[in-house]
Design a binder for this molecule. Structure first.
Ligand code: KG4
Ligand code: ZN
Length: 352
């Protein structure tokens, strides 16, 4: 069974072919990130226009790299939410049209659930991609940490899961991005905060951990605490404009603030993951979303959870078509409902 996956929920236009839910045959991605850097964040209209320009060539590349023609494809999986409305629309309308034109079954994919399924990819002939050794087993605890989501989800089986908790305000990746702005570090913020943090002292400053109900998260207070800390470090009060902070903070101050923020943000996630491990004794743990790239997260999880965790290649952690195709394979093989190619809509606020 070969599924073509299409992903356009944010700034990546991506398509991939996956066989039997585990073998990655191709993974084509075009990012419009370069166009957004000058604005310090993704501009929805710019992202949507880029998707229109590259989506068909990217899909063709995914087929070519996989050595497939349409006759070799058993179904099309497409992200229909969550994400930016204009961006989602391009992917969904393209997938619907192709499903009708080539008479293929269509599967509607939840972007966040797809991130989890990057962990089911274990084989590829593509060069340079580090794959997991084996697929995760159930019950599986999924730690979902991305720019839009922070969630703990317990999967008892495929398509049988419980949302244990989630952020009540900002996502953890969003907090990294906002702290990067406060410190004047380049967009996207996650990698640049992590890089600065690696050279700072993580215990230089005490920042607060939000007190939330058992498995829920909150990161907006931490972000504000970083802003107040930065203002205090240069001897200014809360009225000082954040836009002028980067010019007044020293490199050493930025590194220490980044390291102190990162320690608390990551600790918050690991605290709750540990609680869930103790309560549910999962047989595997998977990490999903862009923040899975964070080295401190990986270190803290290894130190505190005492259960081996395998990570997908970083290119499979950030947005891609492979994860969409992988989830599509399981939907197809486990007889999950197909989407109607004449009516599938987008759901920008879709949650798990
Ligand atoms: O999953 P993803 O590619 O897109 C969403 O679906 O949100 O995640 C992107 C997020 C961004 O907020 C980015 O700053 C963050 O992941 N990120 C990181 C790191 N690399 C990317 N956050 C912390 N440390 C990193 N090394
Ligand atoms: Zn994502």
């Amino acid at each position: 069974m070969r599924i073509l996956g299409i992903e356009t929920s944010c700034d990546e236009t991506a398509a991939a072919v996956v066989e039997d839910g585990r073998r990655l045959l191709s993974n084509a991605v075009a990012s419009s990130m370069d166009l957004h850097v000058q604005y310090g964040g993704v501009v929805p209209e710019v992202a949507a226009r880029s998707h229109i320009e590259v989506i068909l060539p990217i899909i063709q590349q995914a087929l070519d790299d996989a050595g497939c023609t349409w006759a070799d494809i058993d179904g099309i999986a497409v992200t229909y939410g969550a994400g930016l409305g204009g961006s989602l629309l391009i992917g969904v309308l393209t997938a619907r049209t192709l499903a009708i034109a080539h008479s293929k079954p269509l599967y509607a994919i939840n972007h966040v659930e797809a991130h989890v399924y990057a962990n089911f990819l274990t084989e590829t002939s593509l060069p340079g991609l580090a794959m997991r050794m084996e697929q995760p087993s159930f019950p599986m605890l999924a730690i979902i940490v991305s720019g839009g989501h922070t969630q703990l989800v317990l999967f008892r089986d495929h398509f049988d899961y419980t949302l244990l908790g989630q952020t009540q305000d900002d996502a953890i990746g969003e907090a990294f991005d906002k702290v990067a702005k406060i410190l004047g570090l380049p967009y996207p913020g996650g990698p640049s905060v992590a890089k600065a943090a690696a050279q700072g002292n993580p215990t230089a400053f005490r920042l607060p951990k939000a007190k939330m109900s058992k498995y829920d998260f909150s990161f907006s207070g931490l972000k504000t605490a970083v802003l107040r800390l930065a203002q205090a470090q240069i001897g200014e009060d809360y009225g000082f404009p954040s836009i002028k902070l980067p010019g007044r903070l020293s490199v050493a101050q930025k590194r220490d603030i980044a390291a102190s923020f990162q320690r608390v943000a990551i600790e918050t996630v690991v605290d709750k993951a540990k609680l869930a491990c103790d309560e549910f004794a999962p047989s595997s743990i998977v990490i999903a979303g862009g923040v899975a790239a964070n080295a401190d997260l990986r270190r803290q999880l290894t130190d505190r959870l005492h259960i081996a965790i395998e990570y997908p290649d970083i290119r499979l952690c950030t947005d891609n078509g492979a994860m969409v195709a992988a989830l599509g394979c399981f939907k197809a093989s486990l007889n999950q409902p197909q989407a109607d190619p004449y009516s599938l809509g987008i759901e920008p606020n879709l949650s798990m």
